[in-house]
Design a protein around this ligand. Structure first.
Ligand code: MG
Length: 373
């Protein structure tokens, strides 16, 4: 045993294995796995081999990832696709063909961030305020009984990804903008504090960064501005990107599907109604969002606080980081209590970017030299 430890120390000195720690919120140090061992979910306190030299980034064709990072002048909300038809296999086929020859050398060319409870912490209290506002909207505008409003709000959220999506699925008619202005328009955004640490982390990483939120455009803009990071992202995929306009209200009285009763006593042959709203963790919504932003799922990382979103992202081939806890779940390649731990947890993102920058500089020197000669 002792000899084995000595052998490991010797290998560590030679750089054949690498270990590192990152601080937890409780002040203790936790061992962090990297590379394939982490992805396999093997136990703590292990030493693992650092990434190999084949771990290089390959820029996507429509943007230069190797430019020194610069901030963006204003928030860019991505526009809805021309065709709202579901995108599944055709998109996957396209990106597989495009990246087939580069498969061996690809790592990550885009970071995708959820907004609420990911880019700002759950401790802000904004999430709890949103739930209260949705409940109030259900009671005041949709006539839901107060006694069941919270249960229905949570149940629809669990079944459909957002309560709003669930409300539309079971038959409630309302205008999307009216809902958003009621639920988000009255939030106390000062609860979201500026985060210069996160800003520095984002700006130090020369990789594309995109926000993907189920929230609406105005909410995303206000939250990102409060955080002081609105210029750190190439674009924002938000509610309006995937759901361009409110559908016209159905004529006459629409019967509301009793989802509480249905889930308690499912009737044979009766299925849950589908929602017209596209949002995470719906696979079609996620693929459509990636398509709009020209993101290859296989070479991108999703940071999200929702276990369901993480698992859906894993299904479509994304690398995944669960945010808000250090406990990994099925489908999550990493788990971070806070995005402030990003650099310690994913140092290879910075290391590979520096390597690529060096390659770019050396190739530039080579071209200039040959011209001079
Ligand atoms: Mg979230």
């Amino acid at each position: 045993m002792k000899r084995e430890r000595e052998r490991e120390r010797e290998r560590e000195r030679e750089g054949k294995i690498k270990t590192f720690f990152f601080p937890q919120h409780n002040g203790s140090l936790s061992f962090f796995l990297r590379g394939s061992a982490a992805r396999r979910g093997e136990g703590r306190r292990r030493r693992v081999t650092p990434p190999t030299s084949t771990s290089t980034y390959t820029p996507v064709s429509n943007c230069n990832l190797l430019l020194p990072i610069a901030s963006y002048s204003s928030l860019c909300f991505l526009t809805p696709p021309h065709q709202s038809a579901a995108v599944t296999q055709p998109f996957i086929n396209q990106i597989e063909m495009e990246y087939e020859s580069k498969e061996q050398s690809l790592r990550c060319d885009c970071l995708v961030f959820d907004l609420d409870d990911t880019l700002y912490p759950v401790t802000s209290g904004i999430g709890a305020d949103v739930v209260r506002n949705i409940q109030a909207y259900m009671i005041e505008k949709l006539g839901v009984e107060e006694s069941i409003s919270l249960e229905l709000c949570i149940l629809l959220y669990k079944q459909y990804g957002t309560t709003m999506s669930g409300l539309r699925a079971v038959g409630y008619q309302f205008d999307y903008d009216d809902f958003h202005s009621y639920v988000h328009g009255r939030l106390a955004y000062e609860k979201i504090k500026p985060d210069p640490v996160l800003r520095n982390i984002l700006l130090s990483l020369p990789i594309r960064k995109v926000v993907f939120t189920n929230g609406d455009r105005i909410h995303a803009s206000r939250a990102l501005k409060r955080l002081g990071i609105e210029d750190c992202f190439e674009g924002v995929v938000c509610f309006e990107t995937l759901n361009p306009a409110s559908p016209p209200s159905a004529a006459g009285q629409v019967e509301i599907f009793d989802i509480v009763k249905h889930l308690a006593h499912p009737e044979p042959g009766v299925e849950l109604p589908k929602s017209p709203i596209l949002c995470k963790p719906n696979i079609d919504a996620m693929l459509q969002a990636l398509k709009v932003a020209s993101i290859n799922p296989k070479t991108s990382i999703l940071f999200d606080d929702s276990a369901r979103n993480i698992q859906a992202a894993k299904q479509i081939g994304m690398h995944t980081v669960l945010v808000g806890t250090s406990e990994r779940i099925k489908g999550a390649d990493h788990a971070l209590e806070s995005l402030h731990n990003m650099k310690e947890a994913l140092p290879e993102l910075w290391e590979e970017a520096v390597k690529d920058e060096d390659v770019r500089k050396s190739s530039k020197v080579g071209i200039e030299t040959s011209v001079i000669a």
